[in-house]
Design a protein around this ligand. Structure first.
Ligand code: ZN
Length: 164
């Protein structure tokens, strides 16, 4: 049995223990969070958030890509969010590769160079600042004042704000 089958069983138990309810599609805290896909960061638990309260956008590194801007544009323009919280974290996998090295690995294995940017980084704080700037500079986002960047320590569970 694969892990997904196990999770389907977990979901049956989860749903059976809850009463049915419908929440508004618009996040009640009017907040969007962009963070890494890292499996050690439980965003809702770490921030004390509940269902229906915030959008959470995740990718490798918590990078502000065009697709993240696409989601933030939907989040702000259609679904009413106003603040953006960016969270990078210690011991990130994106610090363990280089753009050129990973690109060469992909091209060497497949014969095709990827069209996407790898977006690796070495300096966490510098990358958080760059991410904040990418959000602040996007013409597609109507709400760019309340953008703040943080680093989450995966060992201590603490957030540290990165000043602009
Ligand atoms: Zn990461």
């Amino acid at each position: 049995m694969g892990v997904i089958d196990e999770l389907l069983g977990n979901n049956r138990d989860f749903a059976a223990g809850l009463t049915e309810r419908h929440l508004d599609v618009r996040p009640s805290r009017r907040l969007a969070i962009v963070t890494c896909m890292d499996s050690r960061l439980d965003v809702f638990a770490a921030l004390g958030l509940g269902d229906g309260e915030a959008h959470v956008l995740r990718n490798a590194g918590g990078v502000i890509t065009d697709d993240v801007i696409r989601s933030l544009a939907i989040s702000q323009r259609l679904l009413g969010t106003r603040e953006v919280m960016l969270i990078h974290h210690s011991d990130c996998g994106m610090q363990k590769v280089t753009d050129d090295g990973f690109r060469a690995e992909l091209q060497g294995d497949t014969g095709v160079a990827p069209a996407f940017a790898i977006e690796s980084f070495t300096d966490l704080d510098a990358d958080v600042r760059q991410s904040v700037l990418r959000v602040r500079n996007s013409p597609f986002l109507p709400h760019r004042d309340a953008v703040r960047g943080f680093v989450y320590d995966v060992d201590t569970h603490r957030l540290r704000e990165v000043s602009g």
